[in-house]
Write a protein that binds this ligand. Sequence first.
Ligand code: HEC
Ligand code: HEC
Length: 295
Amino acid sequence: MSDFWSWWVIIIVAINIFGCWALLYWTRRIKSQSGLDNETTGHVYDGIEEYNNPLPRWWLNMFYITLVFSIGYLILYPGLGNFAGTLGWTQEKQHSEEVEVASQTYQPLFDKYKNVPIAELAKVKQATEMGKRIFVNTCFGCHGSDARGNPGYPNLTDKDWLWGGSPEQVKHSIVNGRVGVMPPFGASLTAEQIDQLVNYVGKLSGNKVDETKAATGKATFDTQCFACHGADGKGNIALGAPNLTDNIWLYGGSRTSIADTIRNGRTGEMPAHQDILGEAKSHLVSAYVYSLSNE
Ligand code: HEC
Ligand code: HEC
């Protein structure tokens, strides 16, 4: 904060405190105008009249106490512009103290689970609950809080894996990240060829399609697409190329979205979480993800 704004805050706070005190002092001294004890304000509601009496003493004293408290607080804690307070309290310090306490509580648990194989850990309730908490904090923005995914973000609860579903493969995806690249074919294929491919890809998943177009589409597939998706269309986990025969879609299975994928390509990026989570938490969240499809 610049000096100007610092003083701005200090002066406004001081005026407020002094203003409250002056107001209290002034109302305390007001006597009813007529000098009578039982003068009313003239307000009557439901037979109840409002008297014009000064505030009770104890009530006023509570106000004075809050004023004294506020002054004490502003001396001890930050609040007056750039003045840091005599206790040296900061948000950052409090936060790091809390983090310190939390890591002392959880570190023994992390250490205990660090060396348990993922497939075994997935059966330990306490471990998967810890993993779930990490998941909800770190992954839900992309995969959804129930891990069922969103368009472009895979469902992690089924047995359909882009990059493989073994414990090691799942952990590899989380720790090192993955990038799946489907190249665009809009420039190298005609609109007709793309339409034929859409029919063939639809047929692979057992949908109703135009059979003649699908047959021509197969010929194109066998030259352009098989290298990544496999001759049978079942995909390749080494490249993250999805299985196109299971009717499970990363980007949606409508004709328009399949055509869009082929024409413009797609890039799916799973960010590496090594530096974000560290080894122990990655291990736990891997066990949680693994447990979702291996119960
Ligand atoms: C260089 C490898 C490569 C080639 C060649 C390739 N693909 Fe792909 N394809 C991928 C990858 C990788 C993905 C997943 C992209 C992602 O993860 O975002 C993908 C995704 C797709 C999808 C989306 C699937 C879904 O679940 O939503 C379709 C459809 C598809 N490809 C069809 C084709 C067709 C048809 C061809 C041939 C014209 C083709 N691909 C050629 C690698 C390839
Ligand atoms: C910024 C978005 C984002 C975040 C955050 C994210 N993911 Fe992903 N994740 C993706 C995308 C996109 C893919 C698919 C990559 C591809 O298309 O090949 C993916 C793929 C995966 C895969 C591989 C799935 C498969 O079918 O092989 C796993 C496992 C996974 N994520 C787990 C996690 C976990 C656990 C977390 C939290 C620690 C997480 N992800 C956080 C976007 C994200």
